[in-house]
Design a protein around this ligand. Sequence first.
Ligand SMILES: C[S@@+](CC[C@H](N)C(=O)[O-])C[C@H]1O[C@@H](n2cnc3c(N)ncnc32)[C@H](O)[C@@H]1O
Length: 248
Amino acid sequence: MNKFPTRLHLALQQMYDRISECEDGLLKPVAIDRGLTLLQKLGYPPALLEALPPESFDQAFPLANPFAKIVELEPGTMLDLGCGSVLDVLGCALMLPQLKEIVAIDSSSGLLEIGRRRLQNFPEQSARITLLKADLNHIKQSGLQPADLILMNGSFNLVYNKTDFFKQLTQLLRNDGSILIYDFLLSESLPPGFADEVDNWLWNIGGALSETELRVAVKNAGLEISRLNELERIDPVARCEIVIRKKA
Ligand SMILES: C[S@@+](CC[C@H](N)C(=O)[O-])C[C@H]1O[C@@H](n2cnc3c(N)ncnc32)[C@H](O)[C@@H]1O
């Protein structure tokens, strides 16, 4: 039996639970953009950042600012898979009054608890939001209703078997709905054996696919890529916006 998926899931859960307990975030000593600087660089709306307590920022790990694309897609219902401490969920609830229902899922109890506490300050928006703890690798067992939009901002590359995952998502997506993914695609091959190390998956690189691999996984699930937009090249990966729909 392949024990890698279980080891990966436990390592991710432990890492994100540790992040939720660590006031300044785990990456404080490392000179990469994080916290408020990262959110500003990604273009998160100043009005949203002003509405949130500053301590929120160190527990947010988005790959991109998804709001312009979500506004364009006009969803009435949304699933945020890998919602973390609910930054995007709250942003969508504040900015999109037509969004009637948001179900947000994560496997880190710590981040979900932070999210729950944060939502208490937004009772009007909270009424439209449900937070659930679940493992994305077994998402179809969660009894969710199909949604207009499935958002994955930085969580897709952490899923072990992408083809199997897309097949599960087809059951959670309305026929005219969209899957919106922000994550890295490979721009170059990774060194041999790189993806065999759990640690190399933790920051979204070890589980990254090439564009060709992504297209195969999508097609095998009866889906198609309707838009693939490279946002930033940081070889050996490219930060991308990917919109996937059911085949017409
Ligand atoms: C890079 S963070 C992005 C979080 C959030 N979307 C944001 O923008 O702040 C990845 C998130 O995926 C969650 N995650 C990782 N593996 C998961 C799994 N198998 N099931 C559910 N959530 C998972 C982590 O707990 C973490 O919150």
